[in-house]
Write a protein of this length. Structure first.
Length: 229
């Protein structure tokens, strides 16, 4: 989207109410244009920081603005074509895997999704090695969470306490076989090993699931509470 990825007429129209609300939108030659474009904050490895950027973007319009449209996925590593074409020599779709990781995409209303693209610059790409490591750490997190989530072992007819013991045993075995993270995505393995299974499940669920931000007060409260923490 933005001037690199043009919005559809309907998506363009969705931004019209924001022209008078945002200093980053202006109508030029009959089209809504983004001006003074925002840069997505990156960490030391050039990984986007979605929550920090969302707070910055939301601060450019009135806090009580109601974001319209259906909910879809915004990828913070964009434009997509620049990542979908990145493959290793053995055919690993490393760019798509990195871009599609749970921690680099959020569920947002369509108007907010359109606005993000319109007023921001595409973030700098990290190196191939960083993208590979990020995908590797995300895979480890996903494996651990899949092992201890409450729906695992659902097809086995044993009592819940036995299922929890099996989940925890399998979780600890996998944890011992895994490698430490390097980018700050994969939590410290020693820390994970000391957690009770419920605490480990909550910790990993936050990293394995795609987050979202809606107009609901509970969603806004949780979002801004997480940032403050």
């Amino acid at each position: 989207m933005s001037d690199m990825e043009r919005l559809s007429p309907a998506d363009e129209q969705s931004l019209l109410p924001l022209v008078d609300l945002s200093p980053h939108l202006k109508i030029i030659d009959g089209r809504i244009r983004g001006i003074d474009l925002l840069e997505v904050p990156l960490d030391e490895y050039d990984i986007p920081q979605p929550a920090i950027f969302l707070r910055q973007v939301l601060g450019t319009v009135a806090t009580n603005h109601y974001w319209t449209g259906y909910v879809d996925i915004h990828h913070f590593a964009w434009p997509g074509v620049e990542y979908r074409n990145l493959q290793t020599d053995d055919g690993d779709h490393i760019g798509a895997r990195y871009r599609g990781s749970a921690n680099l995409k959020w569920r947002l209303t369509r108007q907010l999704h359109n606005y993000l693209h319109k007023v921001s610059l595409p973030p700098k790409q990290p190196t191939i090695d960083v993208m590979y490591q990020w995908g590797f750490e995300q895979t480890q997190i996903d494996r651990l969470y899949d092992t201890i989530k409450l729906t695992s072992l659902g097809h086995i007819e044993v009592d819940d306490d036995t299922k929890e013991l099996w989940r925890y045993s399998s979780y600890m075995t996998k944890l011992e076989e895994m490698r430490d993270g390097q980018l700050g995505l994969m939590p410290d393995r020693e820390h994970l090993s000391r957690l009770e299974i419920d605490d480990a499940r909550r910790t990993l669920r936050c990293l394995a699931r795609t987050r979202g931000l809606t107009n609901a007060r509970s969603s806004r409260r949780q979002f801004f509470g997480d940032i403050a923490a």
